[in-house]
Design a protein around this ligand. Sequence first.
Ligand SMILES: C[S@@+](CC[C@H](N)C(=O)[O-])C[C@H]1O[C@@H](n2cnc3c(N)ncnc32)[C@H](O)[C@@H]1O
Length: 172
Amino acid sequence: MERSADPSGLLRGSDGGAQKDRVVTKEEWLQKWEMGNIGFHREQGHPLADMGHSVVGVEVSEQALKEFFSEHNLPYCEEPVPEIPGGKLFQSTSGNISLYCCSIYDLSSSIVGKFDGVWDRGALVAVNPCDRQRYVSLMINLMEKNSSYLLVTVSYDPNKHKAFGFNHAIVV
Ligand SMILES: C[S@@+](CC[C@H](N)C(=O)[O-])C[C@H]1O[C@@H](n2cnc3c(N)ncnc32)[C@H](O)[C@@H]1O
């Protein structure tokens, strides 16, 4: 199936049909960041650290992480993650924001620990449908018992509407 991305970053299938076989590769994500094709991006909206929480994130694009620290005027340091070949940890100098540069599938609780809460904004919607089960298993593995999960997702008919992200009317 042919697939293309328009300037807003949305995905478009030539048949406008089901999304289940679509795959967005790491290279395509890196290219979106390089080209500024990031309609999903919001400069504000990261209050958790300001509220005193320790925040851990993961992003495959190093450019995205560097831009995050720069947009928020936050000094940071950068170090390799021995357990993840090629992986890096970007940490705010204040220590309460730790952002891993790697694939989320490289993470495990032995590397990042377990979390009291997850704010999933723009993550599950970007997970390729063929990877959903793997993603869900990973998130369960990363959560403490009784932790909270705030999921921001989209539900729409991809045959009728164009939208960024995969439709989640049905999630595994
Ligand atoms: C829809 S964007 C959302 C970005 C951010 N969470 C937000 O809300 O603005 C999805 C992000 O996931 C990143 N990404 C895609 N696949 C990934 C993976 N396997 N591991 C880590 N990050 C990934 C992309 O580079 C992209 O920045």
